[in-house]
Design a protein around this ligand. Sequence first.
Ligand code: BGP
Length: 463
Amino acid sequence: MKHEFPQDFWWGAATSGPQSEGRFNKKHRSVFDYWYDIEPEAFFDRVGPNVASNFYNSFREDLKMMKSIGFNSFRTSIQWTRLIKDFETAEVEADAVRFYNEMIDECIANGMIPVINLHHFDLPIELYEKYGGWESKHVVELFAKYSRVCFDLFGDRVKHWTTFNEPIVIVQGEYINQFHYPNLIDGKKAVQVSYNLNLASAKSIEQFRLSENSKDGKIGIVLNLTPAYPRSNSKEDLAASDFANKFHNRMFLDPAVLGYFPEGLAEIFIKDGVMWQYTEEELELIKNNTIDFLGVNFYQPLRVKAVEHEFDESKNGWLPDKYYEYYEMPGRRVNPHKNWEIYPEAMYDIAINIRDNYKNIPWYVSENGMGVYGEEKFKDENGMILDDYRIEFVTEHLEFLHKGIQEGSNCFGYHLWTPIDCWSWMNAYRNRYGFISLDLATQIKTIKKSGYWFKAVSENNGF
Ligand code: BGP
């Protein structure tokens, strides 16, 4: 075999509670549930998270299907708004405990390692309205309490936890680029929220280590690493990429793995008058509660250049865009459905960066994938979608990942986004990502060509 992967390599895929379960029996609303309720037209075809892919009701059949295409591991998330009845005391909802217990047991019964994430963009709306959500350190405390409940309830069987999925996307979506409710533009708050999310992750890890159930378990975080490649090697472009890397990647990666923020970042925030509020005790806590393993989501690189138009602070106040501009590289390959660059080489760069600069910490690809609009047109006469483009996309990314592993990077798995086509934040069901297709009208699920292909890859532990 040309590309053989390490022993016990994870083969599987990831989804999240809010994108797959549906809102059945859920007492509280997340910021996305709320946004959909007040402004359904913000979502593609006005499709919201109410039914999603019906995982709450069909998890047994769904997990069996995943097993049938070779998964040995599967990630989803617990919804804070489902599990918890009272956010202040972290008292639980009995039906949610039943659901998550049954789902986790079913996953294990199918021979799949459950990887459970605690927060996937789904802040309870009440906590935003009462406290300003992640702007508030009280919410950080409530998150730590909620995480402890999860570890105590499910940690006897769940041995792989992650605190957050893509925390920088919360910062961008809620406070910079307006794609998560409350859709603000506020750089100073964005900086505070970045800090608070790091603190929340560390506090959750602290609770994990205190839980009876943590002894043989591991905890990590899922970060979307988007290497910031400079347009050129000019001093100005390199400075732009250095800042973009610090803001988009290292602001979470460094504290998570090394225990401290990247040098120079706080200095910029102080100089610009947007520095976060912190205490020495909190920094100590972050230092003492680093992760055991890292999940890396990779879709596209970030290409940047030095600012060409002077940044106008009078418009929206301070923003990270003061230090770099996006660069559209001529000749880049693009997934036209999403307008995201396709650059599998970055997989290798990420692997080597983790090896050399992040203690060669154990890590896995927690999301990678290709969203495609109108996949139904590739159906064969049996209703199977012939998604050769997805097979090609995954193959190329695995090739570069394999090269990184050959050179010593400590990667232990690959998960696609996503097992079964699922709901997405504003795009709803516009772009499909799964190994398994979903007919929204009937909820019928059908394995795609890529699903059968993946089964062979998993069985051969390579290709
Ligand atoms: C990641 C998120 C996922 C998922 C994916 C696809 O950033 O972790 O939740 O949605 O992107 O992106 P989209 O659904 O916007 O096409």
